[in-house]
Design a protein around this ligand. Structure first.
Ligand SMILES: [Zn+2]
Ligand SMILES: [Zn+2]
Length: 55
């Protein structure tokens, strides 16, 4: 798989950053990508589809 995903918080290519995750929005189920750096710093994210904010 070579699909490029970008962190929802910092918009960097998550494939270049260790410990990155892709998960589904708890509210609407949209795919959300988050890089390891933003996870580690607990940067809040906002779902681009429904506006849900989560840690
Ligand atoms: Zn990030
Ligand atoms: Zn959502």
């Amino acid at each position: 798989m070579s699909e490029t995903k970008f962190c929802i918080s910092c918009e960097k290519d998550i494939s270049a950053i260790p410990d990155s995750v892709i998960f589904n929005c708890p509210n609407c189920g949209a795919e959300i990508a988050r890089c390891g750096k933003c996870r580690g710093r607990e940067v809040p994210y906002t779902c681009k589809v429904c506006g849900f904010e989560g840690p």
